[in-house]
Design a protein around this ligand. Structure first.
Ligand code: SF4
Length: 265
């Protein structure tokens, strides 16, 4: 009996270790290509210094969102985990057809533990409602990194302390996003702004050069032939700074709307 129990404990420990290793694996690799094009089609250049995703299909069972969220809440894989007030996992429907992805939480998100709150979040909600006829609860909203990147981690209560995530922080956190995508199985990802676009498409081109069309997500989360479409657009904060970008953003959202309605892009 004792020997059987010891064997079972050993198997359980090996299983848990393999789960941690799955999540810790940092995907890297191919650059994005426009949707429907072959890999030989002229592609964007590999991202530098932003880490790019791997093209390989990872055949693992999707994580349970609650346990994944718990893992993120307890995560200290990079330095951001030590300074954050709250980990910001994501919000919305776990069965959403579209997932919106930004670069990382800011001051307000860190305080509330929810992505895209404050003025940027209100504008995103307005875009969802007016262009797509969708509520925040009908899509999924997440970030590349789940904890607030701060210029000075000693002062999480200070305003104006935001900075973009480093390549190391992105690499550490990126597997959580792919686990979320694997669990949600969306038809489409909308990348909000240059950082999210560069990371998810593996390109070094800025958002103004890649927006206006759809791409295949370079990571084959569901096996060959089942790509998730990626539609890059401007970050709502950029629209607040420069309202001239709204017209292009509306065009991108109309592309998304058409895809959601017809399944074609
Ligand atoms: S940013 Fe991501 S990897 Fe870093 S501590 Fe937070 S959850 Fe963990």
């Amino acid at each position: 009996m004792k020997r059987e129990l010891a064997g079972a404990a050993k198997d359980l420990a090996a299983y848990l270790k393999s789960q941690d290793e799955d999540l810790a694996e940092v995907p890297r690799g191919a650059a994005a290509r426009p949707a429907g094009k072959s890999p030989a089609t002229k592609a964007a250049s590999p991202a530098r210094p932003i880490p790019a995703p791997a093209p390989a299909h990872v055949p693992v069972e999707p994580a349970d969102m609650d346990s994944l969220s718990e893992k993120v809440r307890n995560c200290r894989k990079c330095g951001l985990g030590h300074a954050r007030l709250n980990a910001v996992f994501g919000v919305g429907s776990p069965k959403a057809k579209v997932v919106f992805v930004g670069e990382g939480p800011g001051f307000q998100e860190d305080h509330k533990g929810e992505p895209f709150v404050g003025r940027s979040g209100q504008l995103l909600d307005k875009i969802l409602e007016t262009v797509l006829g969708l509520k925040r609860s009908e899509v999924y909203i997440a970030n590349i990194v789940k904890c607030h990147p701060m210029k000075n981690p000693e002062t999480p209560e200070a305003h104006g302390n935001d900075r973009p995530p480093t390549p190391e922080e992105i690499s550490a956190c990126r597997p959580y996003l792919d686990e979320q995508l694997r669990a949600i199985r969306p038809a489409c990802i909308v990348t909000l702004g240059s950082v999210a676009t560069k990371v998810l498409l593996g390109t070094d081109k800025g958002i103004s050069l890649v927006r206006g069309r759809a791409y295949d997500y370079p990571v084959e989360l569901f096996g060959p032939g089942h790509p998730i479409k990626v539609i890059p657009t401007y970050h709502p904060a950029a629209l607040l700074r420069n309202p001239n970008l709204k017209r292009d953003t509306w065009e991108d959202m109309k592309l998304l709307k058409s895809f959601l309605e017809t399944g074609k892009i």
